[in-house]
Design a protein around this ligand. Structure first.
Ligand SMILES: C[S@@+](CC[C@H](N)C(=O)[O-])C[C@H]1O[C@@H](n2cnc3c(N)ncnc32)[C@H](O)[C@@H]1O
Length: 251
């Protein structure tokens, strides 16, 4: 069970109040004895458990993001080819299932303007925190400036989109189970998966995305995963463990 937001003694309380208000997170006066909660420390926001292991946070400055930024495969990597990065072409992207923002960060690093849609208040707060840290670091500030977070349900947001500002690409990577049971998440992601749950309604996002994208819709799936929704993709890019299904716009 998810409880809310707890600010550690060394945390900035104004920041905690701001996060709680913007993402409708209950403020906790003490760490709970069980379940999951967001803990704000002096450096970052984390999703933690009572067992004290498996903290989950979003990060664009250090760790894997730094490695990807400095040694990533550039415009040749599969996600970049899937969204249509080629030569100097940098499509505008709506990442409609932003999660911890790892794919969005790769695309923004390559120069795309990315709007990140996230409906879970927990994931949205983690993203907001990672984006403010990235904005404050000279190595990532320009990348963070290309990433805009919107806390909203993508189905509603895409349906209400002003036709004058349609993105080139809508990107989807929901936690959509293949067999009714989720694949075992990596240990560090287990808390995230338990708190967010499966996106069993993800099928309807393909049609909403096809109505909004100007050039293409890209759906990330496990290599052997079932299709999302009823539409057939026009192209599939199949890698070792991941597949990208490409759909044409519907208008
Ligand atoms: C598998 S994660 C995405 C991981 C992401 N691609 C990354 O690189 O970190 C799926 C995320 O999509 C979000 N999501 C699912 N359906 C959504 C919807 N209709 N609107 C907004 N967010 C949604 C979930 O809350 C979850 O955080």
């Amino acid at each position: 069970m998810f409880h809310g937001l707890y600010a550690l003694p060394d945390a900035d309380t104004a920041r905690a109040d701001d996060l709680a208000a913007r993402f409708a997170l209950p403020r906790l006066s003490a760490p709970p004895a069980d379940g999951y909660w967001l803990a704000l420390g002096d450096t970052r926001l984390e999703l933690v458990t009572a067992h004290g292991h498996g903290a989950v946070y979003a990060d664009f400055v250090e760790g894997a993001a730094r490695h990807r930024r400095e040694h990533g495969g550039g415009s040749g990597q599969p996600v970049a080819r899937a969204i249509g990065i080629k030569g100097g072409n940098r499509p505008s992207v709506v990442d409609a299932t932003a999660g911890l923002g790892r794919d969005a960060f790769v695309l923004a690093t390559l120069g795309c303007e990315v709007t990140l849609l996230e409906r879970s208040p927990v994931a949205a707060a983690l993203l907001d925190d990672a984006l403010s840290r990235a904005a404050a670091d000279p190595a990532t500030a320009a990348i963070a400036a290309r990433m805009r977070l919107v806390h909203a349900d993508a189905a509603d947001w895409l349906a209400a989109l002003d036709p004058a500002v349609r993105p080139d690409v809508v990107y989807l990577d929901p936690m959509f189970p293949d067999t009714g049971k989720s694949a075992a998440a990596k240990k560090d992601m287990q808390a995230f998966q338990v708190v967010i749950g499966d996106d069993t309604d993800a099928g309807k996002l393909v049609a909403a995305a096809r109505g909004a994208a100007k050039k293409r819709v890209v759906v990330k799936r496990p290599r052997l995963g079932v299709l999302l929704g009823n539409d057939k993709p026009s192209t599939q890019l199949v890698g070792k463990s991941t597949r990208f299904d490409l759909y044409t716009p519907s208008r």
